[in-house]
Design a protein around this ligand. Structure first.
Ligand SMILES: [Mn+2]
Length: 400
């Protein structure tokens, strides 16, 4: 394939690629063993939106920010428009709304899977409120992740809980307009260590199908067991027209929240390959929301987001230059070497010059990370935020 054709394909793919950033990725977040405080981290929703806006200003492809209802909208619906206006002031908008269904003490034994009908009703109310919140801030997407599950065999009625999930998700879905979506996320374990109510893509697909026409499955790349074939899951969901979106991150052991592509970049390539091969074969563009779900404990949060977005752009560029005609012919003839070489050729291509060119054509810095590091943004953020971050707690030691 001639290189000018490469350039055209990459440029077109990057033009239409948008990646949503998570508000929680800019704040200090903990591990089970405590937090390491970063003095430059965002301490308020205003600062989170400012940092997200800075990433979008440098990368040009991150126009929206995912929010967590309870963390980012402490006043609920009151103040929602104000927060939307702060986003706008920073050159971004509010994207997917994530109901927060796991932090409150009442959720100790689950939210919509809780045996207590009052807790299930409260969780449902919070999801309804999240739908209203999404509308107020101009968002069309609800992302649902549930921490529900159990820690010991026999302690939870798994079938009953499945029915409670079905009815709650149906009720939320029935409130959505036809252009609004509900994405159902799955995770095999953690925080529950025996069973999770939505443990895998088959369970998420079953629930999404039963919930209604606006429901789709969300694939969080970190929410799988080691060695699971994620690209096959993606291919099946594409074939079923049930792939709603992604939460990007990488993992080595469990849900590690590492930078996407940092551990297994070829896996991320194989995922995007399935998407772009499907698009080529079906001549259609499925609505897939690409979102980042990472919170960095050691890396600087903004720099990590710049790395993340660059990695996704590079991987999409490699997936889009796979020679699909050649690949389809090789698959047809069962020419395994030829087919595999199609992927290897694309993956081995250094696409960074093409991406630099795309950035420069769009008035963006060719090397956003260096531009950011030289901009003085972090120094200014530290002056503004250091005191507030120092005051925040980093330990689980009891206060006397
Ligand atoms: Mn996630």
């Amino acid at each position: 394939m001639p290189s000018d054709l490469f350039g055209e394909k990459v440029s077109k793919a990057l033009d239409e690629l948008t990646i949503e950033l998570p508000s929680w990725g800019f704040a200090n977040t903990g591990t089970r063993f405590g937090k390491f405080i970063q003095l430059t981290a965002a301490t308020t929703i205003e600062e989170k939106l400012m940092d997200a806006g800075e990433v979008h200003r440098l990368m040009g492809c991150c126009p929206s920010v995912a929010v967590h209802a309870a963390w980012d909208f402490p006043d609920g619906l009151r103040g929602a428009e104000f927060i939307a206006s702060i986003a706008e002031k920073n050159g971004v908008r509010i994207g997917s709304v994530n109901p927060t269904l796991f932090e409150d003490q009442m959720y100790k034994y689950g939210s919509i899977g809780n045996p207590d009908p009052d807790v299930r009703a409260a969780a449902l109310d919070h999801m309804y409120e999240s739908v209203d919140l999404a509308r107020r801030v101009g968002s069309r997407e609800l992302v649902l992740w549930f921490a529900d599950g159990s820690n010991y065999p026999g302690t939870a009625n798994i079938r009953r809980r499945k029915e409670w999930f079905e009815s709650s998700l149906q009720q939320v879905c029935s409130r959505l307009n036809s252009d609004e979506r509900m994405l159902v996320e799955y995770k095999p374990f953690e925080p529950a260590f025996y069973h999770t109510d939505i443990a895998d893509w088959g369970m998420a697909l079953t629930l999404a199908r039963k919930a209604g026409p606006q429901a789709r499955v969300l694939v969080d790349t970190g929410h799988h067991y080691p060695s699971q074939n994620i690209e096959q899951i993606v291919a099946w969901l594409l074939s079923e027209e049930m792939l709603g979106g992604f939460h990007f991150n990488d993992r080595r052991y469990a849900d590690d929240d590492l930078t996407v592509g940092s551990i297994d970049p070829y896996q991320l390539f194989r995922i995007f390959h399935e998407i772009y091969f499907c698009r080529w074969e079906t001549a259609s563009t499925p609505r897939i929301s690409y979102m980042v779900d990472q919170s960095h404990n050691l890396k600087n949060k903004i720099e990590a987001m710049l790395q993340t977005v660059s990695t996704v752009q590079e991987t999409v560029a490699k997936a889009v230059i796979v020679d699909h005609e050649r690949l389809a012919r090789a698959q047809e003839k069962c020419d395994i070497i030829e087919a595999e070489e199609c992927l290897r050729d694309a993956y081995a291509t250094d696409v960074r010059p093409l991406i630099r060119e795309w950035r420069q054509n769009h008035g963006l810095p060719g090397d956003p990370l260096t531009t950011f590091r030289e901009s003085g943004y972090l120094e200014a953020a530290e002056l503004e935020r250091a005191e507030k971050n120092r005051e925040s707690t980093s330990s689980y030691v009891s206060k006397t």
